[in-house]
Write a protein that binds this ligand. Structure first.
Ligand code: HEM
Length: 362
């Protein structure tokens, strides 16, 4: 598509698809033309009435986006993330201890799935005994079982409302308390905004990091020479993770809506149309990356778009990079050999989603 139809209009679904790096990054750099307020601009009045949550920063444009994002980044600092390293190592080692004697594991179920949920739950300040409940909600919300997902969303909101009330009365050293205290221009987050941010952390932060870790193991298994190099030079791991993000991007596509008539790649796009920049394709664009289909752990430069670009650049990028580094580094250090069990064909998570990863990875 990059070669034959880099900007393609799907007439059946009335949707523009954009495949080249340059076009994708110019969309993400221009929120005034390509808005993130897709629901607010396209939903019917009835749909808006039925909406259960306020939009999170992911679905807001400036100026509100800028205000809310600055509150979020006050609470979610690089130091908060770096301080988590020892705890992430502890969780990873606990999970690896459980499987090391068996000589086999399912990378997803036994490590990549629980790790980010536990980290987010702890960061928010969810009591340990409620972690399984939280994991169940998180799992159900990202599933495609609509009714169950809505129900789980409601239950989780109710639960988080209670925790938020408790922290309002007695703050602790956790993200919920910090978000309650954060202020911009004398304004605090409303309850609805707090709840939608928690929801975003769950959905944006969990499945994506799970997929990053799983996708890394798939890449390493397909490129045994990469594993050998990483064992000999562990300092290559951070670059290898960037290459996994480029080569098997956990988020394949984003969605925007045009605010005005515009042109892209010689095509006229009318106001109010849906436009999807494909990050997974941009990240394989030969005009940006020499030999884009080669998995090269020392690729430099590697300006992939896996975490987005511009004002919505992923807030959780440092956290997911850290989790992936600790998880993969510990596996390489503790396991003499890492081989995918090829008796189990790779089964993608539901294709309808924009997420790219596998359900199981024995
Ligand atoms: C935004 C990818 C992990 C929180 C984004 C965006 C992408 C992305 C592509 C931009 C969306 C857009 O422009 O519409 C990823 C990937 C991850 C990951 C690939 C893991 C490998 C996380 C984690 C967290 C997180 C761990 C939090 C704990 C967010 C938030 C935003 C965001 C809050 C919205 C930022 C904004 O709208 O200003 N992420 N993400 N993400 N991500 Fe991540």
């Amino acid at each position: 598509m990059r070669e034959s139809q880099p900007v393609y209009f799907d007439t059946e679904n009335q949707f523009w698809h954009v495949f080249k790096y340059e076009d994708a990054s110019s969309i993400l750099n221009d929120p005034a033309t390509f808005s993130s307020e897709v629901f607010q601009r396209l939903a019917t009045e009835e749909e808006k009435k039925q909406a259960t949550a306020e939009p999170s920063i992911l679905n807001l444009d400036p100026p509100r986006h800028r205000q809310l994002r600055s509150l979020v980044t006050q609470a979610f600092t690089p130091r908060t993330v770096a301080n988590l390293t020892p705890r992430i190592s502890e969780i990873v080692n606990e999970y690896l201890d459980r499987v090391i004697d068996q000589g086999r594991m399912d990378i997803i179920a036994d490590l990549a799935y629980p790790l980010p949920v536990i980290v987010i739950a702890e960061l928010l300040g969810i009591p340990t005994q409620d972690r399984d409940l939280f994991k169940h909600w998180s799992d159900t919300i990202v599933s495609l079982r609509r009714e169950e997902a809505i129900q789980a969303g409601r239950e989780m909101n109710e639960y988080l409302k209670q925790v938020t009330e408790q922290r309002r009365k007695a703050p602790r050293d956790d993200l919920i308390s910090k978000l309650l205290a954060a202020e911009v221009e004398g304004q605090k987050l409303s309850e609805g905004e707090l709840l939608s941010f928690y929801g975003l952390l769950l959905v944006a932060g969990n499945e994506t990091t799970t997929n990053l870790i799983g996708n890394a193991i798939i890449c390493f298994d397909e490129h045994p020479e990469a594993i050998e190099r990483l064992r000999a030079q562990p300092d290559l791991l951070s670059g290898a993770i960037e290459e996994v993000l480029r080569y098997r991007s956990p988020v394949q596509r984003l969605v925007r809506v045009t605010t005005t008539d515009t042109t892209l790649g010689g095509h006229k796009i009318k106001a109010g149309q849906l436009v999807s920049p494909w990050l997974g394709s941009a990240n394989r664009d030969e005009a940006q990356f020499p030999n884009p289909d080669t998995f090269d752990i020392s690729r430099a430069p590697n300006r992939h778009l896996a975490f987005g670009h511009g004002i919505h650049f992923c807030v959780g990028a440092p956290l997911s990079r850290l989790e992936a580094r600790v998880a993969l580094g510990s596996m390489l250090a503790r396991f003499g050999e890492i081989k995918r069990d090829r008796a189990h064909p790779l089964e993608r998570i539901p294709a309808a989603s924009a997420f790219f990863g596998v359900q199981k990875l024995p």
